[in-house]
Design a protein around this ligand. Sequence first.
Ligand SMILES: [Zn+2]
Length: 171
Amino acid sequence: MQRICSWCEAELKPYEMNKVENQFITNGLCSVCAENIFKGNDSAALCRFLDNIDAPVLLLQHKPRLVRSANQKARNLFGKDIAEIEGKRGGDVFSCIHAFSKEGCGEAKPCEKCKIKNSVIETLTTGTSFEYVFTFLDIKKQHAVTTYKLQVSTERVGNHALLRIDQFEKK
Ligand SMILES: [Zn+2]
């Protein structure tokens, strides 16, 4: 089991050690780093942290539940620049077909059972992490709709949630 913070390498305290098995994405982050990186206003530090994760990752804030940032790998995966990601809903970033409805991502009827949305809400509210949640998502690009296989993992960091995209490819 990891005994040091994956970011600052400080030795983890016993209560932080208890969280490590739930930290699928950060692999053991001390509470000081969680606080400094995710509650602070140092966006350069946040970018460095997110870009250091070797997978596409979105960072979601709570109330309203919006994407606050994304690492370079996520921007490449979705072919979007940061202005098309920051402050948007998750479904807007994925180009989920329900994000184009008049209710918008998370509010349309089919969104009630969206596994991605429900995992993120659970993570934000209870701190429970999820690993490899699998679903199908209908993605709209230009005028074509294509079903994608999507697999994600989540982890709460500070008062935010990390959403790692483990798989995103055409069915
Ligand atoms: Zn640390």
